[in-house]
Design a protein around this ligand. Structure first.
Ligand code: T3D
Length: 261
């Protein structure tokens, strides 16, 4: 592998938040085999750890992530590379039954942009630069880009972003509905931490069920989705956190959610 996995991705537990930080700042956190392996491992551990109730994904240095490491030996079959590296990562983020908050400073380019879009809540600096840089090197958006972009920003903006490959700012990304919010440059990580802390104190099981609902809604009819909501709500209704939420309301006090599955 040539690099220590614990160095290319830093993992730290802060209360009930698991912080996962891409750490190749000299390459703007470009993605290589080591990062993929370490990231998959860190996300798997965060999922298994009942003490972890929210995940914060960030990058060190002046950029969040510049996409695929283009200085690495490039595979002959890029489709195979997606099947083995990018697609499992995007699926893992989307199916993880815990909220994932992403902090973006500086660039989020190519698969780096789409990695951010695969997270649940994205906070960026106002002048962060999001770009579907693929076209500049003769590729198509991957890591879910052709799926995320039209759903989040609409068809017209999706096509413009993908075909022109020009960067938009964090402020623009927020205005277009691609991300949750843009904040003053330099305060994106603190805001993402604040949101992750907030999420970690909420009913984790219900949030995991919401993710299932949103995932299914992309293909379901309204009828099928209404039926699914019965299943999800039945499960949420059996949770200790539902009992606690209702009890707290009746007793006019703040709830203390345990997040137990
Ligand atoms: O292979 C497969 O599996 C297919 C999958 C593909 C998925 C993809 O993500 S394709 C898209 C790949 N990413 C890009 O095309 C972006 C390439 N980078 C850039 O265009 C620019 O670096 C940025 C616009 C992102 C930032 O520009 P700037 O001027 O702020 O920084 P810089 O000076 O270009 O970069 C700083 C350093 O990071 C520099 O290294 P150096 O010269 O100081 O030693 C640069 O080479 C390095 N760097 C930036 N991006 C990458 C990278 N190194 C490797 N791979 C990169 N993607």
């Amino acid at each position: 592998m040539g690099s220590d996995l614990s160095e290319v991705v830093l993992v730290e537990q802060a209360g009930a938040v698991c912080r996962i930080t891409l750490n190749r700042p000299d390459k703007l956190n470009a993605l290589n085999d080591g990062i993929f392996e370490a990231l998959a491992g860190a996300l798997g551990e965060a999922e298994a750890d009942v003490g972890c109730r929210a995940i914060l994904l960030a990058g060190t240095g002046r950029g969040f992530c510049a996409g695929q490491d283009l200085t690495d030996a490039l595979p002959d079959d890029l489709g195979r590379a997606l099947e083995t590296r990018y697609n499992p990562l995007v699926r893992q983020l989307r199916s993880l039954p815990k909220p994932v908050v992403c902090s973006v400073q500086g660039v989020a380019a190519g698969a780096g942009m789409n990695l951010a879009l695969a997270c649940d809540i994205v906070v960026a600096g106002r002048t962060a630069r999001f770009s579907e840089a693929f076209v500049r090197i003769g590729l198509v958006p991957d890591a879910g880009g052709t799926w995320f972009l039209p759903r989040l920003a609409g068809e017209a903006r999706a096509r413009g972003l993908a075909m022109l490959g020009e960067p938009i700012t964090g402020e623009q990304a927020a205005a277009w509905g691609l991300i949750w919010t843009a904040v003053e440059d330099g305060s994106e990580l603190a805001e993402a931490e604040r949101i992750a802390d907030q999420l970690a104190a909420l009913p984790t099981r219900a949030i995991g069920l919401m993710k299932r609902g949103f995932a299914a809604a992309t293909v379901n009819s309204l009828d099928a989705q209404l039926a699914l909501e019965c299943i999800l709500q039945r499960e949420a209704g059996r949770s200790a956190d539902f009992q606690e939420g209702v009890a707290a309301f009746r007793e006019k006090r703040a709830p203390h959610f345990s997040g137990t599955p």
